[in-house]
Write a protein of this length. Sequence first.
Length: 318
Amino acid sequence: MEFAIVDRPGGRNLLLGVLFGAGAGALWGLVFLTPELVRAFSPLQLTIGRYLAYGLISAALIAPRWPTLMQTLTRREWLALCWLALAGNTLYYILLSSAVQLGGIAMTSLVIGFIPVAVTIVGSRDQGAVSLHRLVPSLLLCSAGAVCIGWQAIALPAVGRVGVQLIGLGCAIGALASWSIYAINNSRWLVRLDHVTAHDWNLLIGIATGAQSLALVPISLLVDNLQHDATAWAQFAAVSIGVAVFASILGSLLWNRMSRLLPLTLVGQMILFETLFALIYCFLWEQRAPTLLESAAFALVVASVWSCIKAHRSPVVS
């Protein structure tokens, strides 16, 4: 089944969509710092903390509209919400947190930069989309940026053993695949469900994600270390709530609004804003300047986004 995407070359919607994408990236980039802020807690605990808070806040915000929404959502939509919650939140964040703790913020954030390649290739098949050959420069620039940091992670590991770095890289690649699936399917569901607002859709995913996080609690009780002092738990709670509000609620709201304004071929590129901001936060956190390879990757990612936006400013003939 094909989904018609209306091209809005050079128009207000294109600019607004890019601004929404940049805002989402700035908020999502904070997620890469979370495992560093509470290193005493496992990726599984981080996932449960963030998404339990996300689910509770979502339930409180959507409560006044719950009866109305229940009349418009079918079993098919609820299954989609559960699948999107798993691919875009629960599984993705476990893999992401593991990648950050094992391989570092810079490596993880730039491996995630490959997401636009997968999303753009799939999006180029949609009716009315920008043709793939016009997007080749952007895809090559994006890929080159990810290769730069991938080479650094494998050939020049900054800290830790090479084996640990490779496991971290594997987790990052898994996170890349999981979130690519989410981005593609979420964008298409938003096109289908024009009767559900972007905000409500985000809150519904939050409720599904919160339920999944509850299911992970027994596993965490069995395998994770729970011997933390009160200060550590208080910091963990504060970080979990902060990430839930800024990244999951506000960041995802901006992303969903962007997804309704931009074609899928440009939606994928917007995740690169998360990469850019994650790198900036990384350098500030570690109080260092980027390496040569990181600088090259940063420049290539910026050029990739600009090239993709430029390709979408011209009318597309379907």
